[in-house]
Design a protein around this ligand. Structure first.
Ligand code: OVM
Length: 396
């Protein structure tokens, strides 16, 4: 059996969350996995290892939870949904979600997204300086994604963002930071669950379309409500952080912004590179279903494994010696920011549409994108992003 190095490091300290890359690099150099002593968990930080584990959903299951708690033995904080399920339960829920969020299904949303992006970007050009997080990364998805799902406009920001921060905290350790997000988020759960009910969803939105799968008997009414819950808990913060990270990376690399401004069609590539370079969703756990040997390491049934996709996306063994550089015309395809395998992000087409529309309009209308102060990091056990990005823009 292979030796596994023991690390006393804690990936969840302020320092390591602010800059996780030195620790990730040491973890990758130490072998296919390291033992994180403080948490009693085996962690994988390499691209090939994370990808293979994500693709092997029979050995590395999700129904025991995708955080450190084993939900087969401990209660979950909420009923388990599509994320925390395995086949055969997973299949019909996935099919309903994929049916509603198909590339074809979301195409009809483009022109509405475009009008709002144009209006918003023009108003920011007028202002010249603004906060890339509150005034753009949050504002844009809260409006367009909320409308697409079909929830009321009133109460979105007060409820959805704290709810997401709380929910995503359950995919990391129980510590002071995650308890803080639970305290702030608790009061929002009711609002989110109420808006999953059919009678509160607008009849033309994606939420209502999910309920049609329940009418046809493809899924149960409980599953329909859980799928709308998944849209509302997974669909917003992730895109907010993705937009913020892309803005920050582009502002910090003026030559990359110049390339995009000269070539707005490159928006899609800039987005994938930003997702690779600063992955909004840093880590997930899986649970070993049966005794397994992986890379020469014996894994007992019931063991948790921790996968750092944020590290896999910086792995020089896969991305070459420019892995730590932000280069929008590299081929960043195949990154693990959306996961891989049967649980790979089903909301991707809509998140990509939001970002493509926004960054295309920005590339066309903005000549210079500059930081006018230090961005403030958002420290979260699972998410990586910014609390504030002071920006200045000049029109094309
Ligand atoms: C959830 C959920 C569902 C899908 C993905 C996700 C990326 C979370 O229901 O909390 O995180």
């Amino acid at each position: 059996m292979a030796d596994v190095s023991t690390f006393s490091d804690d990936p969840y300290t302020d320092e390591n969350l602010t800059n996780p890359y030195p620790l990730f690099e040491r973890m990758r150099a130490a072998g296919p996995a390291v033992w994180l002593e403080k948490y009693g968990v085996l962690a994988f930080a390499g691209f090939e290892e994370c990808k293979e584990i994500l693709e092997d959903h029979r050995t590395f299951i999700s129904s025991a939870g995708v955080g450190p708690k084993n939900l087969h033995h401990e209660p979950a904080w909420r009923p388990q949904g599509i994320l925390e399920s395995d086949p055969p339960i997973h299949g019909p829920m996935r099919a309903a979600m994929a049916g509603v969020i198909s590339p074809r299904g979301v195409r009809s949303l483009r022109s509405g997204f475009e009008s709002f992006a144009e209006e918003l970007v023009d108003s920011l050009i007028e202002r010249e300086t603004f906060d890339g997080v509150a005034d753009l990364a949050e504002l844009f998805p809260i409006r367009v994604f909320g409308d697409a799902v079909g929830i009321p406009r009133e109460g979105r920001e007060a409820n959805l963002l704290p709810h997401g921060a709380m929910n995503f905290s359950s995919f990391g350790p129980d510590n002071e930071r995650s308890r803080g997000f639970f305290e702030k988020g608790e009061a929002t759960h009711r609002w989110v669950m109420d808006n999953c009910a059919r009678e509160n969803l607008s009849p033309d939105g994606m939420g209502a379309q999910i309920w049609e799968y329940a009418d046809r008997g493809d899924i149960t009414p409980e599953e329909a409500a859980l799928l709308v819950r998944a849209m509302l808990s997974a669909g917003l913060d992730t895109t907010v952080f993705s937009i913020g990270n892309t803005l920050q990376a582009l502002a910090a690399h003026p030559e990359q912004w110049a390339t995009l401004h000269a070539n707005p069609r490159m928006a899609k590539f800039a987005i994938d590179e930003a997702l690779r370079y600063e992955s909004p969703f840093q880590s997930f756990y899986r649970t070993v279903a049966m005794p397994t040997v992986f890379r020469g390491i014996a894994l007992p049934a019931g063991a948790k494994v921790l996968l750092f996709m944020g590290s896999a996306n910086r792995d020089g063994a896969h991305w070459g010696d420019t892995a730590d550089e932000f280069i929008i015309d590299r081929n960043a395809g195949g990154h693990l920011a959306f996961g891989m395998g049967i649980h790979q992000c089903v909301g991707q087409p809509i998140s990509r549409l939001e970002m493509d529309v926004l960054f295309t309009v920005m590339a066309q209308r903005i000549r210079n994108l500059e930081l006018v102060g230090d961005p403030v990091p958002y420290l979260h056990n699972t998410l990586r992003g910014w609390r504030s990005i002071p920006l200045k823009i000049t029109p094309a």
